[in-house]
Design a protein around this ligand. Structure first.
Ligand SMILES: *[C@@H]1O[C@H](CO)[C@@H](O)[C@H](O)[C@H]1NC(C)=O
Ligand SMILES: *[C@@H]1O[C@H](CO)[C@@H](O)[C@H](O)[C@H]1NC(C)=O
Ligand SMILES: *[C@@H]1O[C@H](CO)[C@@H](O)[C@H](O)[C@H]1NC(C)=O
Length: 276
């Protein structure tokens, strides 16, 4: 209710300034950032139609405000290249985190690709995701490094460096990734933005800054959304024609690209790529 007076006032200002973007920004409680110009709260809500359903374990966890605030930590995200490149990168990121946290199924309400951000932690982890051969990021007794947050951060060798970069103890306190939505989004963006050799960063692939090595060329790792899938989970999903998990990632990307009014680019699949 308190909104309507403010909105009318802003409407008047908008006319005076010949600016409609002011209205869009002001309606949200979140201060404007380069990302919020491209992903309004309205667009975010139309992408994640069911994330706050009572059926979703992550109900009310993943907020627009957390996403926007987390993106400030990585100013290059969604702000590199042409308008199409920026929109395509954001659509690809939101699509990949949607597959990672999907609650969708083939005949789900609004389709299988309207159910991103439904989960905040892996439900039946097959292990504690501790690579004990990794001495740089040693597992802490009793802790598990199962998938958590939008990108389902996994393994001690990801929790350790993510925490170090973002200011939390990822090895001793991995649970914070599924308890704090700002940290959760930051871990997803950290994974997206950070090159972990021999893999390029997902960010560089989506903005056209990926330079394939000889090994990449031999493995047919051509730039495109399929290569991002390869970076995220290629060991399990790539090199397999018509893989249902890869298809789900692509389905999300196609829907979001339409909502962002941008084309997807080519090489959506990684069926003919070797993993890293
Ligand atoms: C996170 O939440 C779980 C319960 O969901 C709780 O057991 C745990 O102590 C919390 N961890 C932190 C770091 O807040
Ligand atoms: C791909 O797999 C789906 C089942 O997941 C199947 O219905 C479809 O026919 C397959 N397509 C091809 C080209 O093999
Ligand atoms: C490389 O990938 C493309 C699709 O991106 C595919 O058409 C081609 O057959 C692949 N080449 C090999 C050698 O697998």
């Amino acid at each position: 209710m308190a909104f309507s007076f403010l909105s009318s006032l802003l409407f008047v200002f908008a006319i005076l300034l010949h600016s409609t973007s002011l209205v869009t920004e002001a309606r949200s409680s979140v201060p404007p950032t380069p990302i919020s110009h491209l992903v309004s709260e309205e667009l975010f809500d139309s992408i994640f139609l069911h994330k706050d359903d009572s059926a979703c374990p992550a109900k009310n966890f993943y907020t627009y405000e957390s996403f926007i605030t987390a993106s400030k930590r990585f100013p290059g995200f969604g702000s590199s290249g042409s308008l199409s490149t920026r929109k395509r990168e954001i659509a690809a990121f939101l699509a990949q985190i949607s597959h990672e946290t999907t609650g969708g199924w083939a005949t789900a309400p609004d389709g299988p690709y309207a159910w991103g951000l439904c989960f905040k932690e892996e439900v039946s982890p097959q292990s504690d995701y501790c690579d004990s051969s990794n001495k740089e990021w040693p597992c802490y007794p009793g802790k598990t490094y199962k998938g958590r947050g939008p990108i389902q951060l996994s393994w001690n060798y990801n929790y350790g460096p993510a925490g170090k970069a973002l200011g939390f103890d990822g090895l001793r306190n991995p649970d914070v990734v599924s308890n704090n939505s700002l940290i959760a989004f930051k871990t997803a963006l950290w994974f997206w933005m950070t090159e972990q050799k021999p893999k390029p960063s997902c960010h560089n692939v989506m903005i056209g800054k990926y330079v394939p090595t000889q090994a990449d060329i031999a493995a047919n790792r051509t730039a495109g959304y399929g290569l991002v899938t390869n970076i995220i989970n290629g060991g399990l999903e790539c090199g397999i024609p018509n893989d249902s998990r890869v298809n789900d990632r692509i389905g999300y990307f196609k829907r979001y690209a339409t909502l962002f009014n941008v084309d997807t680019g080519s090489n959506l699949d990684c069926a003919y790529q070797n993993s890293f």
